[in-house]
Ligand binder design. Structure first.
Ligand code: CA
Length: 222
C-alpha cells in the first residue's frame, strides 16, 4: 500500500517514511500543502498522512480540497498536542482520524492498519485468499499453515495481490501501490518480485497461485 506523508519537518517526514518502508509500505513525502495536493492528484495513494501545520496551505485546507475534488481514500491527520480546535477542524474537513504529536510509531501503524481495512467494521486485521493468510498486525504471512519468510517488499506485494484477489492487476497498478515515486517503470523489477513470491508460495504441491495473464498482468485466485 502506498502512502503520502505531508509533513514539512524533514526529520519527522524521513523518520516516518523509513518506518513505513520497514513495514512494507511505499511512501512519498510532500513538504508543503500545495506539493501534497499535486502529488495526490498525480498518484493513486491508498492513504494520506497529513500534518495540520504545513507552510502555505495547511493540512485542513489540503484535506477539504482533496475531498472536494473527489479523493475518497483514508486521511489521517497529525495534530499538535492540546490543539483541540485542530482536531475538530481536521475531522470536519474530511479526515477519518487524527493522531497527536508526538506519537508512538506503533500507534501510527495501528491506526494506518485500521484505516486500510477493506471494510472498517471488520474487527480482524487478517486478510485471506485461498490458502494464503496475512496477519497485518503481526506482519506475518502463511500458505496452508506454513509461515512464509518474506522481505518487506515481497510482503507488500503479496498483500496487494490478496487485497485484489480474483482481479487482474496490471504492472502499473502494482507499481503505483507497492512502489514509491522513484520507481523506474523501464525495469522488470515487478516480474522479478513476482517470481520471488512464486518460489516461496509454490514450494509444495500448490500449483500456480499467482497466474500470469498475458499482455495484462497478474491474477491471484482465491
Ligand atoms: Ca508541521
Amino acid at each position: 500500500m502506498r502512502i503520502l506523508i505531508a509533513e514539512d519537518e524533514k526529520k519527522i517526514a524521513d523518520f516516518i517514511k523509513r518506518g513505513l518502508k520497514e513495514e512494507g509500505y511505499a511512501a512519498d513525502i510532500a513538504h508543503t500543502g500545495t506539493e501534497a495536493l499535486d502529488l495526490a492528484e498525480e498518484n493513486p495513494y491508498d492513504l494520506l498522512l497529513l500534518d495540520v501545520m504545513l507552510p502555505g496551505l495547511d493540512g485542513v485546507a489540503v484535506c477539504s480540497r482533496l475531498r472536494a475534488s473527489g479523493f475518497a481514500g483514508p486521511i489521517l491527520m497529525l495534530t499538535a498536542k492540546d490543539r483541540v480546535e485542530d482536531k475538530v477542524r481536521g475531522l470536519d474537513s474530511g479526515a477519518n482520524d487524527y493522531l497527536t504529536k508526538p506519537f508512538a510509531f506503533e500507534e501510527l501503524l495501528a491506526r494506518i492498519r485500521v484505516l486500510l481495512r477493506a471494510r472498517p467494521e471488520e474487527a480482524s486485521s487478517v486478510l485471506k485468499a485461498g490458502k494464503i493468510e496475512i496477519d497485518l498486525a503481526a506482519h506475518k504471512a502463511s500458505f496452508a499453515g506454513r509461515e512464509l519468510d518474506l522481505s518487506a517488499k515481497e510482503f507488500s506485494l503479496l498483500e496487494y495481490l490478496v487485497r485484489n484477489k480474483d482481479k487482474i492487476v496490471t504492472r502499473t497498478m502494482i507499481a503505483e501501490h507497492v512502489w514509491d515515486i522513484n520507481f523506474d517503470t523501464g525495469t522488470n523489477v515487478i516480474d522479478v518480485y513476482i517470481n520471488y513470491l512464486r518460489r516461496k508460495l509454490e514450494k509444495g504441491p500448490a500449483g500456480k497461485v499467482i497466474r500470469t495473464v498475458r499482455g495484462k498482468g497478474y491474477l491471484l485466485k482465491s
